[in-house]
Design a protein around this ligand. Structure first.
Ligand code: PMP
Length: 355
């Protein structure tokens, strides 16, 4: 009986795959394995005692948006905070996609775009990549025009490939698209390239960011979105009140107040990433894709067997189902000790798989 009651769009969906596999080294979810800087933790310990846990949060997040204005240069009135940027993807789809509307997604892509579009009854039009799994920006723009797409999703650096899309290409897509272009910059801090300063010049641009990655706050669920006044006003109509908890807002403020700690960490991170990638390139039987993010995509013939071999050694990375990424694994860059353990594990597993 219940099956007959569920919405058609929901009946065909599958639950988001659970990745809570036990492991010693977690390299599957692009989290920040260094964790929060010590001074942020210490500030939060002091905050806890007098914290008004009994009060609802500031629904608009005014104090946090003030800090985000300093961080991004975007006026606070053009920002919306979300329960992770996942929630903000949903707001954009809820506000602009009616059943049957077309949404262009270049593939391979972060899975939540399709998830929310499917849920809304929208029609996803996928645009396959160029050589090297790079986004084919010309084709994305042509497809958006031809399909009169309500929305286009771009992600830079792209998850799962790590590609940083050229600013000229992003702007070309924004200029040629008849609808809204969402540029997901979840991994912005790891490459430093952004179009967030254009939200007041392009009325059809939305930029998504998160504090789950470089800012190491994935567990507290804080994302933000920047858009011109017209889009922002519509998004506020679908926004849930009190969507970001008060302690999460405060933790985000403390991270931004200790921005120097994050910037210094990013310098360290980049050199660790460079070294890890250099080491990976020396491993025979593995192709390494260039990355501007905190993860790296690898290609190896028997990716699923390699994934299993790694898991047996307690190392969890991301594998993919059938399709262009079948032979790929996505690996989060971790502190040097874990990266070294990964490299050793990988070489051992490749030795077993190919003998
Ligand atoms: N966008 C991209 C490209 C991501 O990889 C992720 C996290 N995996 C998100 C958005 C969502 O991040 P959060 O909801 O934690 O802000």
């Amino acid at each position: 009986m219940i099956d007959g009651l569920a919405r058609d769009e929901v009946r065909v969906l599958k639950s988001y795959p659970e990745t809570a596999l036990p492991c010693r080294i977690k390299m599957d979810a692009n989290e920040n394995e260094w964790g929060l800087p010590q001074q942020v933790k210490e500030a939060l310990i002091k905050d806890v005692l007098d914290f008004p846990f009994h009060r609802y949060p500031d629904s608009d997040g005014a104090a946090l948006k003030g800090k985000l204005e300093e961080y991004t240069g975007v006026p606070a009135k053009n920002l919306i905070i979300g329960n992770g940027s996942d929630e903000l993807i949903r707001y954009v789809v809820d506000a602009f996609v009616s059943p049957g509307d077309k949404v262009v997604i270049p593939t391979p892509a972060f899975s939540m775009y399709r998830f929310f579009v499917d849920l809304a009854g929208g029609v996803v039009v996928e645009v396959g990549p160029e050589q090297g799994l790079r986004v084919d920006a010309q084709k994305v723009a042509r497809t958006a025009k031809r399909e009169n797409a309500k929305l286009v999703f771009l992600c830079s650096p792209n998850n799962p490939t790590g590609e940083v899309i050229r600013a000229e290409d992003i702007e070309m897509v924004i200029e040629k698209s008849p609808g809204i272009v969402v540029v997901d910059e979840a991994y912005y801090e790891f490459c430093g390239r952004t179009v967030i300063d254009r939200v007041n010049s392009y009325p059809n641009l939305v930029v998504l960011r998160t504090l789950s990655k470089a800012a190491a706050l994935a567990g507290l669920r804080v994302g933000y979105l920047a858009a011109g006044d017209a889009i922002k006003n519509y998004l506020y109509r679908v926004k849930v009140p009190y969507n970001v908890g008060s302690f999460s807002q405060l933790a985000a403020i403390r991270v931004l107040e200790n921005r120097r700690a994050m910037d210094e960490w990013l310098d360290t991170f980049r050199s660790v990433r460079d070294e890890f990638i250099e080491d990976l390139r020396r491993v025979e039987g593995v192709t390494v894709f260039p990355t501007g993010a905190n993860f790296v995509l690898l290609r190896t013939d028997r990716a699923h067997r390699v994934w299993e071999g790694l898991l047996k050694r307690g190392i969890l990375v991301r594998k993919f189902g059938k399709g262009p990424l079948e032979k790929c694994l996505r690996v989060t860059v971790c502190p040097p000790r874990q990266n070294k353990a990964f490299l050793e594990g990988l070489k051992e597993v490749l030795g077993e798989v190919y003998t």
